[in-house]
Design a protein around this ligand. Structure first.
Ligand SMILES: NC(=O)c1ccc[n+]([C@@H]2O[C@H](COP(=O)([O-])OP(=O)(O)OC[C@H]3O[C@@H](n4cnc5c(N)ncnc54)[C@H](O)[C@@H]3O)[C@@H](O)[C@H]2O)c1
Length: 278
């Protein structure tokens, strides 16, 4: 069985929104696209939100090819009106809302404290942490009405481990935004538990996605294969980097009833990289 199988029926009758459901161009599949495909395979009807309509459309086509049900909603998670529109369209089209998977993440213009442009830091915070907050803000009234729901924030182990020098990661804005997502996760989990709403975060480590590999190698001017080698050797678990399907499988678990007693958890999916912290 390939790692992307084994999902059948686990989200039957559920409605999910996946943000950032398209992906940065590159060779491998991205986290949002893999998660949306897995949710649909598990029986969910999926709303694919992305600021890049064509890329979300490619995800929809992949789902339709497997006879899954998904619709595309162009929108920016850092714009409150877009988040409200996407949530209300999901409810209008599908009748309910069970899962919000906040997958959007950017690191554009990130840098160390001495040279980062404050506007770049603000924008990273706004999109990553602000986007997760705005999607929750739009979805929570619906979930409260239902007295059920699952929100999953895609954070990063960058929020809890130091950036690797070898990979030239300057994750100051990215790190701050993902740490804020962790705090939002804890705060919402506590506040909305009495309404049956679960809120968790996934902390991916080094994943072989276009954003993690292709875009980063381009930005740092490092040969793609060399960059892959550096990332692979940083991961403690045999086999090197994870794939988007590893993140998607964790997302499916947290969205499903198998995780019905799990809320307020920051789940590393990182091949043991954050275990080094302890
Ligand atoms: N790849 C890794 O190694 C890694 C590691 C840790 C965490 N993550 C996290 O996983 C998530 C997905 O990563 P990926 O590598 O699949 O990324 P990706 O860049 O391939 O996909 C992100 C998608 O988000 C969309 N997007 C960007 N800004 C948006 C906005 N404001 N509104 C709506 N859509 C927007 C993009 O168009 C793109 O389709 C991110 O949150 C990232 O931080 C990735």
């Amino acid at each position: 069985m390939s790692p992307e199988d084994g999902s059948s029926g686990r989200l039957d009758g559920r409605v999910a929104i996946v943000t950032g459901a398209g992906q940065t161009p590159g060779e491998e599949i991205g986290n949002g696209r893999a998660t949306a495909i897995l949710f649909a395979r598990a029986g969910a009807r999926v709303m694919l939100m992305d600021r890049d309509r064509d890329s979300a459309e490619a995800t929809r086509a992949a789902i339709a090819e497997e006879a899954g049900e998904a619709i595309v909603a162009e929108g920016d998670v850092s714009v409150e009106a877009d988040c409200r529109r996407v949530v209300s369209t999901a409810v209008e089209q599908f009748g309910r809302l069970d899962v919000v998977h906040n997958n959007v993440g950017i690191a554009t213009g990130d840098g160390w404290a001495e040279w980062i442009e404050f506007e770049a830091w603000e924008q990273i915070m706004r999109v990553n942490a602000g986007g997760a907050l705005l999607m929750a803000k739009a979805a929570l009234p619906v979930m409260k009405e239902q007295q059920s729901g699952a929100i999953t924030n895609v954070s990063s182990i960058a929020s809890v481990v130091a950036g690797a020098e070898t990979m030239r990661n300057p994750p100051l804005g990215y790190k701050s935004s993902k740490a804020a997502m962790n705090a939002i996760t804890y705060a919402l989990a506590g506040a909305y538990a009495p309404h049956g709403i679960r809120v968790n975060a996934i902390l991916p480590g080094l994943i072989n996605t276009p954003m993690g590999v292709d875009a980063a190698a381009r930005a740092f001017g490092i040969d793609r294969d060399e960059y892959i080698r550096l990332r692979d050797e940083t991961v403690p678990l045999k086999g090197g980097m994870g794939s988007a399907w590893d993140v998607a499988n964790a997302a499916l678990f947290l969205a499903s009833d198998e995780a019905r007693f799990i809320t307020g958890v920051l789940l590393p999916v990182d091949g043991g990289q954050s275990a080094r912290v302890g």
